[in-house]
Design a protein around this ligand. Structure first.
Ligand code: PRP
Ligand code: URA
Length: 210
């Protein structure tokens, strides 16, 4: 199965991403708008979920409606910055379970360092949405998805708000089965592995650290 790569083409998403890119935007607003973007991206990334028909009774008449069918869902943020996307995702899919993968990028080597992994016990049966605002070199998302696959997860979608072409290529090479949803595709990485033009350090901007 070959995954698809989707760059969001939506005026609201574009507007909100342009807003948070600005260095003048403070922590409170940055965090709120990251949540709103995650909500909109979740809407797009769930477009092809399976539905089934059910008979329902409105106050007026009986009818056949549609409800979600198929696999149950899970959201897995890559700590820390991925946490900023969880509430927005949950506002759209409130019954999803939430797992956590802790990874940070070593500032010298840019290699991901694992420090936490806690997943729903039945994650292998679920459709898993991995979320992280930033796909830069791809080291973190590639490692997180490898950890999920090692735990038996077979159906994975990855959502990021900004991506660099280098990271997208690496993800497509290493996890060709995973669908990738991108809020905006930027130009390149700089010498420190930051996305250009980007928005800076997403974790620091969400949590007000530096
Ligand atoms: C950031 C970001 C991604 C990673 C992307 O996390 O949230 O997880 O870098 O870079 P990569 O594609 O080159 O791996 P960071 O390591 O800064 O940790 P944090 O979320 O705890 O701030
Ligand atoms: N992580 C971030 O938070 N920002 C970048 O530009 C790259 C990695």
């Amino acid at each position: 199965m070959t995954g698809k790569t989707v760059v969001m083409d939506h005026p609201l998403i574009a507007h909100k991403i342009s807003y948070i890119r600005q260095e003048s935007v403070g922590t409170k607003e940055f965090r709120e708008v990251i949540g709103e973007i995650a909500q909109l991206m979740c809407y797009e990334a769930t477009r092809d979920l399976k539905t089934q028909e059910v008979k329902i009774k409105t106050p007026i008449a009986e009818m056949t409606g549609k409800v979600l069918a198929g696999k149950k869902l899970a959201i897995v943020p890559i700590l820390r910055a991925g946490l900023g996307m969880v509430d927005g995702m949950l506002s759209m899919i409130p019954t999803a379970k939430v797992g956590h993968i802790g990874l940070y990028r070593d500032p010298e080597t840019l290699e991901p360092v694992e420090y936490y992994c806690k997943l729903p016990a039945d994650c292998g049966e679920r459709e898993v949405f991995v979320v992280d605002p930033m796909l830069a070199t791809g080291g973190s998302s590639v490692a997180a998805i490898r950890m999920l696959k090692d735990k038996g997860v077979k159906h994975i979608r990855f959502l990021c708000i900004l991506a660099a072409p280098e990271g997208v290529k690496r993800m497509q090479e290493e996890h060709p089965d995973v669908d990738i949803y991108i809020g905006a595709l930027d130009e390149k990485l700089n010498d420190h592995g930051y996305i250009v033009p980007g928005l800076g350090d997403a974790g620091d901007r969400i949590f007000g650290t530096k």
